[in-house]
Design a protein around this ligand. Structure first.
Ligand SMILES: NC(=O)c1ccc[n+]([C@@H]2O[C@H](COP(=O)([O-])OP(=O)(O)OC[C@H]3O[C@@H](n4cnc5c(N)ncnc54)[C@H](OP(=O)(O)O)[C@@H]3O)[C@@H](O)[C@H]2O)c1
Length: 321
């Protein structure tokens, strides 16, 4: 089968299109013919190993699993002998950041992992980007313990994580102030944000509002900058480590004092999460934003674009037509 293979960590060019053997499903696994995947910041982070710590997941010296693509949408074409919850012909989507595989024509995944049938009415391209940004957003929102009627500020509301966070917070009944670029103000409003601060014309720290939760979905702010905007026991979460990994330091120290706190939750995802996201999509409460598509043989260009840090929502890879 055709796949974008990386055998060393490095720049986008380490991902090369090759012919490799088709995987064989184990007894508890399904074989999925992949129609669409994404290139996201998780794939890019694993491939570059920019943060050395990512190698504890992907392999210390070399990648353990040579095909990236943690998101996928496709069709079940074979099932292991013990599989009961899927059948051949099911259209499925999911997320797997351990063995990945979405950047190849076929992947295997255990039926109990983060995979479920596609939302009714969506195609492969629309289903592939459901889980990556949204599960990070969901994990961070849950960790913040924000409640219905409280206030949240989402900084970087147009990335894969931020655009999901705005929609999920609205689903949970939270009042959302979103921060974005001028060109994206209308988009962020359409996601349900109650108000939008355009960071190109306004300083978001000058707002009079107080927030129970500030979520920096692109890691461009700091706890100290946001502290005055937090309520007495407000929570600050960033998707990045911050300068000198300060967000880790604050996550270890601020809980001791009982006031405003930084959290740094470890991301996780399971089957219930993808089912939850699928149901939100079907109810029209969550729609992954798609910026652009690339074909699998354009994977290097896709990585380069994603690594500008300026994508709006998600970048889809068309693996099979
Ligand atoms: N630790 C992990 O495993 C992990 C995994 C995934 C992601 N992440 C991190 O999470 C962050 C978000 O990921 P993502 O995929 O959601 O990001 P993304 O889609 O790449 O975010 C792009 C968005 O960021 C906004 N942005 C860029 N520079 C900005 C600035 N200076 N101020 C405000 N907004 C800015 C842009 O919006 P505007 O056009 O409105 O400026 C753009 O829409 C990244 O930093 C990524 O590294 C970490």
């Amino acid at each position: 089968m055709k796949a974008a293979v990386y055998t060393n960590y490095g720049p986008p060019e380490v991902a090369q299109l090759k012919e490799i053997p088709k995987p064989i499903p184990a007894a508890d696994e399904v074989l999925v013919k992949v129609y669409a995947s994404t290139v996201n910041r998780t794939d890019a982070g694993f491939r570059s190993a920019e943060y050395f710590i990512s190698r504890f997941w992907t392999g210390l010296l070399k990648p353990k699993h040579p095909v990236l693509g943690c998101e996928f949408a496709g069709k079940v074409v074979e099932i292991g002998e013990n599989v009961t919850s899927f059948k051949k012909g099911d259209d499925v989507f999911g997320f797997n950041d351990i063995t990945c595989g979405g950047h190849g024509e076929f992947l295997t995944i255990a039926e109990t992992d983060a995979i479920t049938t596609m939302p009714i009415g969506l195609n492969f391209i629309e289903s592939a980007p459901i889980a990556e940004g949204a599960h990070y957003a969901l994990g961070n929102i849950r960790a913040s313990k924000i409640e219905r009627g409280q206030n949240a500020l989402v900084y970087g509301a147009t990335g894969a994580i931020g655009s999901a966070a705005v929609q999920l917070l609205k689903h949970f009944g939270v009042n959302v102030v979103a921060v974005s670029n001028t060109k994206n103000v209308a988009l962020v409003k359409s996601l349900g944000a109650d108000s939008v601060i355009d960071y190109q014309t306004q300083d978001f720290t000058k707002t009079d509002k107080k927030f129970q939760f500030i979520f920096d979905a692109v890691g461009k702010s700091s706890f100290n900058q946001c502290k005055p905007l937090l309520t007495e026991k407000g929570i600050y979460i960033s998707t990045e480590l911050g300068k000198n990994a300060e967000n880790i330091f604050y996550a270890l120290t601020t809980p001791i004092f009982g006031g405003k706190k930084v959290l740094f939750p470890i991301p996780s995802i399971n089957k219930q999460d993808v089912i939850f996201l699928k149901e939100l999509v079907e109810r029209g409460e969550f729609k992954p934003i798609i910026d652009r598509h690339y074909k699998l043989d354009q994977i290097v260009e896709a990585y380069k674009y994603v690594e500008t840090g300026q994508k709006t929502g998600n970048v889809v890879i068309i693996v099979s037509e």
